[in-house]
Design a protein around this ligand. Structure first.
Ligand SMILES: [Fe+2]
Length: 94
């Protein structure tokens, strides 16, 4: 973590969030189209498993959350504990 550029990490995570938000718009349009294409749904699920959980969540859990928790909050009932719980729910749903 000593070599982590915090600004670069935060910008990267924020860019990830824009991509993830765009994917949710695609999912919303797919669900409301009245003609769900299982191939497209599978591709979107692949994106959630590989990019969101396999890449983005790992960066948050291994770099960002420990940095936030470092001396600032006890983990229990902290914002980070809520985000970790959200990631667990995401993994259950995908
Ligand atoms: Fe995130």
């Amino acid at each position: 973590m000593a070599n982590t550029n915090v600004e670069e990490l935060v910008n990267n995570l924020m860019n990830n969030h824009e991509v993830i938000r765009a994917s949710l718009g695609i999912l919303d349009r797919m669900l409301n189209s009245g003609k769900l294409n299982t191939h497209d749904v599978g591709k979107l699920l692949d994106f959630y498993e590989q990019f969101v959980d396999g890449c983005h969540h790992v960066k948050e859990e291994e770099i960002l959350f420990p940095a936030i928790n470092m001396g600032l909050y006890p983990f229990e009932n902290s914002p980070v504990s809520i985000m970790v719980m959200d990631h667990g729910i995401f993994r259950y749903l995908t």
